[in-house]
Design a protein around this ligand. Structure first.
Ligand code: NIG
Ligand code: FE
Length: 406
């Protein structure tokens, strides 16, 4: 029989395929050839003639799909520690944003940075995610808010993916905030986003999906819809920052446009949850932002669960509301703050995160035919990935069939 490149033996598999929550396959083995999973099953069922160029003794650890962080603003310049101090003295995120701070502060810092500076500032954040077994990261623009600066952000995101063993998917978030030069002219800015920025960046191959921030301090449902129409006209999938601070009906709007996902959702209504369920959109929950803003209004997890809406978890890594570059900590927060079961949280950074990126066909589960992005963990149960605080039990990281880390 044809030789395999890599064979894991003496491992337990959490496949996240099938109906059991972890997709557990104890005492398993998994084989990789040409960057893909080609065989998995019980070790005792390994074909007798099985041969691999490299065998790995998992020593009873757990093998999981490579982790996927499906919502980040990882590329940006500067930080907002000063704003953090102000908020601790009582100022709210909305007050700071309305006074010209918030997202606009990061826009000023990001506009002042060239592409190399953005890559240099962002690489350590990406490295921290990768060190925890992350193999796919979504990265948004949205701190440029003008064509050239949005381009630099997206080019920096692509460059990060091309120079490290990690998959980067890019999202154009031109409709993140109103840039100061458009004060009082939000519709004109949205027209610029739809008619100039998006088509240009799309033609340059820099855009995999399109996002917007639908909120009273950002853009209205009508303005968001204009962005969605422009994206759909180019054949690009859409997603939305929805219902983070208030219920603007963003999730239902996103669902009407067949969105891959709607994200945040603390203030999601019954109707919004039902719309996501009907559309098959993923609910991406961002416990880091909930924690960092000291939010108290919980996303309706029980409702989403009852409706069968797939739930994903992400870091939302950004300088304002979630300066978090640990997906393991996001998992813990999802369990402790949002009451997700560890199996649900882990499905949220594997199977459902892949789906939120439109990559469910080739990523997110351990199944024959899928890309061999894997993490071997030195734990007794997968729930330990959610349980520890500030401890990283990654033993080995595999990207596209290549051992690349830990
Ligand atoms: O996902 N909600 C909008 N965007 C980001 C925060 C951006 C910022 O404050 O810089 C978020 O929370
Ligand atoms: Fe975000």
């Amino acid at each position: 029989m044809a030789a395999w490149d890599l064979l894991f033996r003496r491992v337990h598999l959490a496949t996240f395929a099938g109906s059991e929550p972890y997709g557990t396959l104890r005492d398993g083995a998994l084989a990789v050839r040409a960057g893909r999973i080609v065989w998995l099953g019980a070790e005792r069922d390994l074909p007798r003639e099985a041969r691999a160029a490299q065998e790995i003794d998992g020593a009873g650890g757990w093998l999981l799909p490579g982790l996927i962080d499906c919502h980040t603003h990882l590329v940006h310049a500067g930080n907002r520690a000063r704003e953090f101090e102000l908020r601790l003295q009582g100022a709210s995120y909305e007050e700071i944003a309305r006074a010209g701070g918030g997202i606009r502060a990061t826009v000023a810092a990001t506009r002042a940075a060239d592409e190399a500076a953005l890559v240099a500032a962002s690489r350590p954040r990406l490295a921290r995610l990768m060190a925890e077994g992350v193999t796919t990261v979504e990265i948004k623009s949205g701190y440029g808010l003008e064509l050239s600066a949005e381009r630099r952000m997206l080019r920096a995101a692509r460059a990060l993916g091309e120079t490290a063993p990690v998959r980067v998917t890019t999202t154009f978030l031109g409709a993140h905030a109103l840039p100061p030069e458009y004060d009082g002219r939000a519709d004109a800015y949205i027209a610029e986003v739809c008619d100039v920025m998006l088509p240009a960046l799309y033609r340059e191959g820099l855009v995999d999906a399109v996002d917007a921030f639908c909120e009273r301090i950002a853009f209205s449902p009508a303005q968001t819809e204009a962005v969605f129409r422009a994206a759909r006209a180019l054949g690009l999938p859409v997603r939305l920052h929805a219902e983070q601070l208030s219920d603007s009906g963003g999730a239902a709007l996103a669902a009407r446009h067949g969105a891959l996902c709607a994200d945040h959702l603390e203030h999601l209504s019954e109707a919004g949850a039902a719309a996501l369920a009907a559309a098959g959109s993923v609910a991406v929950l961002l416990p880091g932002a909930f924690y960092f803003l000291r939010e108290t209004h919980l996303p309706p997890v029980a409702r989403l669960r009852a409706l069968g809406v797939p739930i994903a978890i992400a870091t939302d890594c950004n300088p304002g509301t979630s300066p978090l570059s640990s997906l393991l900590l996001a998992l813990n927060m999802a369990c402790v703050l949002f009451r997700l079961a560890p199996a649900e949280a882990l499905a949220g950074v594997t199977r459902n995160a892949a789906r939120a990126l439109g990559r469910g066909d080739d990523l997110g589960t351990l199944e024959a035919g899928k890309l061999a992005d894997l993490g071997l963990w030195n734990v007794d149960t997968p729930a330990e990935l959610c349980y520890h605080l500030g401890y990283n039990p990654l033993a080995l990281r595999v990207f596209g069939g290549q051992i690349s880390g830990a």
